[in-house]
Design a protein around this ligand. Structure first.
Ligand code: PEP
Length: 255
């Protein structure tokens, strides 16, 4: 079946107002295949600016705005944190959750990630749920066990039916920002495992679930990765900061 495909840009703690404005005008002339959506996730201070710049530029409706995190509480004394209502107010539709940098640097557990996924869905935001194994876990042939342990708490917290509004990004930790991409065959085999894991709970949800690959995707390797049967686009870090390269990646995605 033809699933929708997504190319999401994770700017991480990079970017500037100048990049917001230049990216919006560059993306305005990108060629997208049918059924492909592009989601740009800049840092919090640039969300409102991106929203405004894309409205002013009449950026086509295949573009959405995403955040890189949220706080699981509705409001209150949580200095430095951002709530779902704040994100919604500035035009955010998606939110990256469970990124390996949040799991490892900020000690986010799989149960906290699951709770954040529920918070996002309850607010009408679509989570881009990141899962992935470390290099040691891959070498020890623990990849499937690790991915299952990251997915199961989310299934338990939200129930499988709500995965209709979830996007999963498989990001092997050893491939993020390292230039070491998983081979298309390895990425496909892991995506197939993830889809089958979900299918064991609900086959209809699994066939429609967008599974993105992330980890050193660039203009050269995107075509082959996106051609794999269970890869429905990508989550792009470094290469999403360069408009020329990001446009090539966006155009390579097929829904
Ligand atoms: C990411 O941080 O989600 C990512 C995939 O980064 P990069 O593309 O730079 O590996």
């Amino acid at each position: 079946m033809n699933r929708r495909a997504i190319v999401a840009a994770n700017w991480k703690m990079n970017g500037s107002l100048a990049l917001v404005n230049s990216m919006v005008s560059e993306l305005n002339n990108v060629t997208l295949n049918e059924n492909v959506e592009v989601v740009v996730c800049p840092s919090f201070p640039y969300l409102a600016a991106f929203s405004l710049a894309s409205a002013n530029a009449n950026l086509v409706k295949a573009f959405s705005l995403g955040a890189q995190n949220l706080n699981e509480h509705a409001k209150g004394a949580f200095t430095g944190e951002i709530s779902t209502s704040m994100l919604k107010e500035v035009g955010v539709n998606y939110v990256i959750l469970g990124h390996s940098e949040r799991r490892s640097i900020y000690n986010e557990s799989s149960s906290l990630v699951a709770h954040k996924v529920k918070t996002a869905l309850d607010a009408g935001l679509k989570p881009i749920l990141c899962i992935g194994e470390s290099e040691d876990e891959r070498v020890a042939e623990q990849t499937e066990t690790v991915l299952a342990a990251q997915l199961q708490p989310v299934i338990d917290e939200i129930g499988i039916e709500r995965f209709t509004d979830v996007v999963i990004a498989y990001e092997p930790v050893w491939a993020i920002g390292t230039g070491k991409t998983a081979s298309p065959e390895m990425a496909q085999a892991t995506h197939q495992f993830i889809r089958k894991f979900i299918a064991k709970v609900d086959e209809n949800i699994a066939v429609k679930l967008p599974l993105l690959y992330g980890g050193s995707v660039n203009a050269t390797n995107c075509e082959e990765l996106f051609a794999q049967a269970d890869i429905d686009g990508g989550l792009i870090g470094g290469a999403s900061l360069k408009a020329d390269e990001f446009k090539i990646i966006c155009s390579a995605a097929k829904g």
